[in-house]
Design a protein around this ligand. Sequence first.
Ligand SMILES: Cc1cc2nc3c(=O)[nH]c(=O)nc-3n(C[C@H](O)[C@H](O)[C@H](O)COP(=O)(O)O)c2cc1C
Length: 210
Amino acid sequence: MRHYVKEEIESLEKIYRLNLINGISGYKPANLIGTVSEKGITNLAINSSVVHLGSKPAILGFIIRPATVPRHTLENIRKTGVYSINHVHLAFTDKAHYTSAKFDKDVSEFQKAGLTIEFLDDFKAPYVKESEIKIGVKLQEELKIKSNGTYLIVGEIQHIYLPEEIIGKNGILDLNLVEDVCISGLNTYHSVVSVAEYPYARPGDFPIGI
Ligand SMILES: Cc1cc2nc3c(=O)[nH]c(=O)nc-3n(C[C@H](O)[C@H](O)[C@H](O)COP(=O)(O)O)c2cc1C
């Protein structure tokens, strides 16, 4: 068993530490954040930190790293107040990953990565046509994480688009049907196998009676 202590983690070689610490939180969702600049240039960036914050109101969060280098996604969200979150599927993990390259502000990652821009229902942010699950989100809050200067972007869901056939009983989604992928570390994409589905857990319900 390998045991790392804080001081050792801090003194690890940079790339080693990046990989280790980015992997240690476990599997993460794979999403593409779609935005548009004031000038109308679309932007797309892969993101592995989208998190559910609450269902009433329906709010999602995601982490954006500090603006020490230009962050087009953050700039665009601040200016327009909207963004889209698009699930990544098995068929286009390569294209999704490529959106993380540092392109100039006047270059659209949609075009560079070969993904298709889709505008729906007058929402200002672009969606990814190839994505089967698309969410239109309105910025609510931008919270600075004091510990490292990153931002938690909090937004309220305005629109959800997804195939009827993946919506099961009581709204439970079958993400396997659209071959959703997840991410580990900084650059590994995984297919997911579902292993069980349980009812709402209540004390005393455990199957082997513990
Ligand atoms: C697998 C993966 C996950 C990523 N997740 C995040 C993330 O959660 N937050 C973030 O700020 N950047 C994340 N990035 C980096 C952004 O995709 C990258 O900085 C991108 O160039 C930002 O584009 P922008 O300058 O157009 O906003 C991730 C990159 C990869 C490859």
